[in-house]
Write a protein that binds this ligand. Structure first.
Ligand code: GAR
Length: 207
């Protein structure tokens, strides 16, 4: 089985990137190599995490055209012979071209239990604010494949997190990251690197 070249796409702090790096170092992600960190934001702390760990990185900013942005990303992915893409706090929607080329090869982590609190406009703290405003008692995180619908691709792993009475969006975000995202994202990536995920009629089966 080919060792997969992984690109991690980021826009911010990169704690999910760090979880992937740590899982890779400790042998929890096998058959994969973190070949590239691509940031849409030149000031993202995620870039420091890449350089601290000897991982190559680059910055591609969005500018005015989504098409040009996506084409530049696709060219980088090809340059690095990337097999698997991980969206780890990447705050943009990818073009159809990338999605077509990488069908069931792009993972996204979303900080809620899809189909709740997801889709366009639901990202970062906004997701947790919406969950608290709705008064749900359980939230969590989801790792899913990316398709042409925002947060609409096949669900791979989910983990629930209880909401506490005095939660703020910030405390809830931290707990969802620590207890769910940082666990299920590396786990899903290991499954994908080892070709253990099968998708039939949009439903994921894990072998
Ligand atoms: C994470 O909570 C991730 O789930 C969320 O942004 C945060 C990034 O943190 N992503 C989305 O909301 C995408 N819809 P990080 O940069 O520390 O990994």
């Amino acid at each position: 089985m080919k060792t997969k070249n992984i690109a991690v796409l980021v826009s911010g702090g990169g704690t999910n990137l760090q979880a992937i790096i740590d899982a890779h170092k400790s042998g929890k992600i096998t058959n994969g190599n973190i070949a590239l960190v691509l940031s849409s934001n030149p000031n993202a702390y995620a870039l420091e995490r890449a350089s601290n760990n000897g991982i190559e990185s680059c910055v591609i900013t969005k500018g005015d055209s989504r098409e040009a942005f996506s084409d530049a990303i696709l060219a980088k992915l090809e340059e690095y012979d990337i097999d698997i893409i991980v969206l780890a706090g990447f705050m943009h929607i990818l073009s159809g071209k990338i999605i077509e080329k990488y069908t069931n090869k792009i993972l996204n982590v979303h900080p809620a239990l899809i189909p709740s609190f997801c889709g366009e406009g639901f990202y970062g703290l906004r997701v947790h604010k919406a969950a608290l405003e709705k008064g749900v008692k359980v939230t969590g995180a989801t790792v899913h494949f990316v398709n042409e619908i925002a947060d609409g691709g096949p669900i791979i792993l989910q983990k629930a997190v209880y909401i506490e009475e005095d939660d703020t969006p910030e405390t809830l975000q931290k707990r969802v990251m620590e207890n769910a995202e940082w666990e299920i994202l590396p786990r899903a990536l290991d499954l994908l690197c080892n070709e253990k995920i099968v998708v039939e009629n949009n439903i994921v089966k894990i072998n």
